[in-house]
Design a protein around this ligand. Sequence first.
Ligand code: ADP
Ligand code: MG
Length: 147
Amino acid sequence: MAVADEAAMLDLGRRIAGQARIGDVIALEGGLGAGKTTLARGILEALGLKGEAPSPSFAIVQPYDVPEVRLPVAHVDLYRLDMPEETEELALGEYLMDSLLIIEWPDRLGDRLWPHALRLTIAMTEDGARRLTADLPDAWTDRWLQI
Ligand code: ADP
Ligand code: MG
């Protein structure tokens, strides 16, 4: 789908938040500046976060808990990791038990990305807008229609 500007990207994130549940993985693919963090900000805002979520590019894992957000979220940015093995010590699987996981640069996980992950790929278009492609696991096919 076409995503015209930053406001539209935030709004798409808000709508995705309406369908998100604990145990979900939302994998955000796309190059530097594609709009991954913007989409994550829309999700977090709709889940109740006040103020703009920081990019977790330095912290790598930025957790949010109730009551700051309606359901616990771990916002992850794996850009700085080189090897799939390095992600093991982040223990992302433990967040999955009680949180929603939003992962920027999920390619760093190699084939360790969970099969039930909703994979969203953001590409820049020539006019400066974005195109988002959704790769839907079974867990999301019905939900994506509500977005
Ligand atoms: P990433 O996390 O993928 O590196 P960011 O979310 O930080 O990217 O966004 C980079 C820039 O792209 C920001 O200035 C943001 O406002 C802009 N942006 C986000 N979504 C869109 C969009 N759909 N169209 C145009 N610009 C966008
Ligand atoms: Mg980012």
